[in-house]
Design a protein around this ligand. Structure first.
Ligand code: ATP
Ligand code: MG
Length: 574
């Protein structure tokens, strides 16, 4: 622990960014303009379209809050659509987890739950329509040849020798593809656009490929699967989405999105791009998060260090704190990196007022109070949350032998260390002033016990009649009343701000991201803490009884965050 004379008060519950009101953004301006001109008959329909190939992370939360938030604000609807076009990587496990996470975040898709796989028939018919219009062809080049023919940013691509197959030939071949009469990889369906386009995406993009793999919803009905760009814009169109909001990396795909919808002359939503969330010390990419899980760098998708919604939830983040964070970061058109301390700040703001305060000692150092009778104990009154009187008080036991935090004592304290040392007096919160007289060590020289006296005139931790002041207030627990518990301290999963700075991001994993302390001493009332409850451990941070490993009688606590609010400090300096 660092910092001096900490009293446990968390004075950071201000609004340092000054933007806690519902923020407006450029997308809302577009929607308001469209509502004014009646572009979509006054409708607002958005969608959140995850691919069920992993668990949702906090980046997805930004998109969920944006899409569902807009629908709520403009009395519209937001669809949850599983973009399940790649059976190699998708599964029902992911579908279920995504639904649970969206609900947990506080959003409701009502009856608007869709799957791109439900559109496979319609997508197939659209492909036939494109072929009939002469706007798509079956190409028999190999994948490698297609890549070679594509050209580069500086050079135009080359047309495939199969590009001018007749409509009849293309229809027949496409049907064979769908019927499973052709080998995987032997051919693809491509849009016939422009191999010389300055936008490489427009150089005859692939629309369908053969992939003999059972799908988690359509089984073995299909052996051809549509590509993302093709399926996505059409799914939006089928669902009569008005504003198709996506992240900036799709800005070049918009031309293709528009081309497909125009070529088929179907309903045309508007694609709008915004900057994805990047968070310091964090990786937000399902592909890389899968790697962390598969290589066992973490215990699973819900490891409390993971930036997944299930990890954050298990760590003790609340849905409200995450929504607040998404609101504060706003929505912009340019990529940037958000400081992870802002996320922590949002959580502290909430827990500062809602979490009851308790005392727990993580690294116990025993103190014997020599002038306190051996067989005596008493109850002292503690305030549950000074931010909210209605949370009341509780009684905690005090006795002759107590524990304090090991680093609240120094045998040779340096100048600015105001806590306990030989001959020094400090306050035990809610109890008494104590003065240290003796330091007891084991053979190796390690301090194993302190001998102190207390001043009975300071009961409740109050200033004695002679007006004596102390410079530090410590938390403590009574030895014979305390319970043992495991407490897990978490730090950033990565030790550098941008783990993607090198090829192998796993090089930057923080070896100290989890420290499990097996012998913590907590006040007795925590014995029966239910799983999934928040507390502030005075002076130490916010803690959450682990929803999986904690049981009443045997609590295990995760530290959600420390008390120090670096974000509040950053904002003060600005
Ligand atoms: P990842 O890169 O993590 O695999 P993805 O974009 O492939 O993410 P999808 O399942 O396709 O994952 O994402 C669903 C939606 O969430 C998309 O609309 C996508 O734009 C949005 N999204 C994904 N990551 C972020 C992020 N970091 N910030 C904001 N929105 C995001
Ligand atoms: Mg994606």
């Amino acid at each position: 622990m660092s910092g001096e004379n900490k009293t446990g008060e968390d004075k950071t519950h201000t609004d340092p960014a000054g933007k806690e009101k519902a923020s407006s953004n450029f997308i809302k301006h577009i929607i308001e303009d469209d509502l004014k001109t009646d572009k979509y008959d006054g409708r607002v329909v958005t969608r959140f379209p995850p691919e069920p190939n992993g668990y949702l992370h906090i980046g997805h939360a930004k998109s969920i809050c944006l899409n569902f938030g807009i629908a709520n604000q403009y009395q519209g609807t937001c669809h949850l659509r599983f973009d399940d076009t790649n059976p190699l990587k998708e599964s029902v496990e992911y579908v279920d987890a995504i639904k649970e996470d969206v609900r947990w975040l506080g959003f409701d898709w009502t009856k608007h739950l869709y799957y791109t796989s439900d559109y496979f028939d319609r997508l197939y018919e659209c492909a036939i329509a494109l072929i009939e219009k002469g706007k798509a062809y079956v190409d028999s080049l190999t994948a490698e040849e297609i890549r070679d023919f594509r050209g580069t940013l500086n050079e135009p691509g080359k047309e495939s020798p199969y590009r001018n197959r007749t409509v009849t030939e293309n229809l027949a071949l496409f049907e064979k593809m769908a019927k499973g009469e052709l080998e995987d990889g032997s051919c693809v369906l491509r849009a016939k656009i422009d191999m010389a386009s300055s936008n490489i995406i427009m150089r005859d993009p692939t629309l369908y490929r053969i992939r003999r793999k059972d799908h988690h919803r359509t089984g073995n009905k299909w052996c051809i699967y549509p590509m993302y760009d093709y399926a996505h814009c059409l799914s939006d169109s089928f669902e009569k989405i008005t504003h198709s909001i996506c992240t900036l990396e799709f800005v070049n795909n918009r031309e293709l999105y528009d081309w497909i919808l125009d070529a088929l002359e179907v309903y045309h939503p508007q694609q709008i791009e915004f900057a994805r969330l990047n968070l310091s010390y964090t990786i937000l990419s399902k592909r890389r998060l899968i790697q962390l899980v598969e290589e066992k760098h973490v215990s699973g998708w819900d490891d409390p260090r993971m930036p997944t919604l299930s990890g954050l939830r298990r760590r003790g983040y609340t849905a409200a704190a995450i929504r607040k964070f998404c609101d504060m970061i706003g929505v912009a058109r340019r990529d940037s990196m958000v400081d992870i301390s802002l996320l922590e700040h949002c959580l502290r703001e909430e827990l500062n007022v809602s979490a009851p305060r308790v005392m727990g000692v993580l690294h116990p150092l025993k103190i014997v109070i020599e002038n306190y009778p051996e067989d005596q104990s008493e109850m002292v009154e503690a305030i549950n949350n000074p931010e909210d009187e209605s949370m009341g008080t509780r009684k905690i036991p005090f006795s002759r032998v107590i524990y304090i935090e090991r680093d609240d004592f120094m045998e040779n304290p340096p100048k600015k260390f105001y806590r306990l040392g030989p001959g020094r007096e400090v306050r035990l919160r809610y109890a008494y002033f104590i003065t240290c007289h003796d330091v007891i060590k084991d053979e190796s020289g390690e301090i194993i016990e302190l001998r102190c006296t207390y001043d009975p005139e300071t009961r409740g931790g109050n200033t004695p009649p002679d007006g004596r002041k102390v410079k530090a207030t410590l938390h403590w627990v009574s030895e014979k009343h305390s319970i043992n518990a495991e407490v897990r301290l978490y730090d950033h999963l990565f030790s550098v701000e941008n783990p993607m700075q090198s090829d192998d991001f796993t090089e930057h994993l923080n070896p100290d991201s989890l420290v499990a302390l097996g012998n913590c001493k907590l006040e007795p009332g925590l014995k029966n803490a239910m799983p999934g409850v928040h507390y502030q451990f005075e002076r130490l941070g916010y803690f959450f009884s682990d929803p999986l490993d904690s049981t009443p009688g045997n609590p295990v606590f995760n530290r959600v965050s420390t008390l120090r609010d670096t974000w509040a400090k950053i904002k003060k300096k600005m």
